[in-house]
Structure formats: C-alpha cells, structure tokens
Write a protein that binds this ligand. Structure first.
Ligand code: AMP
Length: 114
C-alpha cells in the first residue's frame, strides 16, 4: 500500500534500523523504544490488523514468531525473558495499520500490561 509507513520500509523508501530480514519478514528497531530491546517484526505483505488474518496468512504469522524468537536469542534476552505483543485497533493502542509484532526485553515486564 503506497500510503503505509511499514510498506515504505519494505520497499526501501524509508530505511529503518533493520535487525532481521528474509523473504517474508522484516524486523527493525522501534523508533520510540519502550524497553532496552524493542523490535518490530512485520510481514512484507500488507496486512492491516489481526482482524484481517485468515488461513492464507497463517504461515506468515508463524514466520513472525520464529523471527522474533531468533532475534530474542541474538539480542541476549531469550534466557531472561521477553514479551511479544500485537496491538489491534485503537482500543489496544494500534497506531500503524500494518501488522507488527512488538518484541520487548532487557528489563522486567509487569502484568497486567495496562
Ligand atoms: P502500535 O502502536 O502497536 O501500532 O506500534 C507502532 C509502533 O511503530 C510504535 O511503537 C512506534 O514507536 C513505531 N514506529 C512508528 N514510526 C516508526 C519508524 N519510522 N521507525 C520505527 N518504528 C516506528
């Protein structure tokens, strides 16, 4: 989508701080980190929200989690622990309407998340 910020990153028009990339997934550091490690893991294909997931997108969702697992290991947070979050729609605080998995770690995480 031409007006989507994260699609522009996939296209190379905007250059984030990339930490992982393969054929289906791009991962980069959040510009406003909420933890020492805060990485966004996105599908290269545009999917707006988790409400738009279907059987055809199940494969890429698995790839997001596998990439996040690898990044967590690379960042040294796999052992201490980390949090993975997908916000859906305004009530959950979604601000960019291209599916993304937040990978957060490097500090204690609290529950409930607020
Ligand atoms: P959400 O609020 O769940 O939609 O998350 C969107 C995330 O994108 C926020 O954590 C923002 O800080 C992050 N973000 C927005 N613009 C950029 C950017 N240009 N580069 C990296 N992260 C961004």
């Amino acid at each position: 989508m031409s007006d989507c910020l994260f699609c522009k990153m996939v296209a190379g028009d905007i250059k984030p701080d990339v930490v992982f990339e393969d054929d289906a997934v791009l991962a980069f550091r959040d510009v406003n980190p909420q933890a020492p490690t805060h990485v966004l893991v996105i599908p290269k294909r545009h999917i707006a929200t988790t409400n738009d997931l279907d059987a055809a997108s199940a494969d890429v969702v698995g790839k997001l989690y596998l990439a996040a697992k690898q990044i967590a290991a690379d960042e040294g947070i796999a052992g201490p622990g980390y949090r993975m979050v997908m916000n859906c729609n305004p009530g959950a605080g979604q601000s960019v309407y291209h599916l993304h998995l937040h990978l957060l770690g490097g500090r204690p995480m609290h529950w409930p998340p607020g």
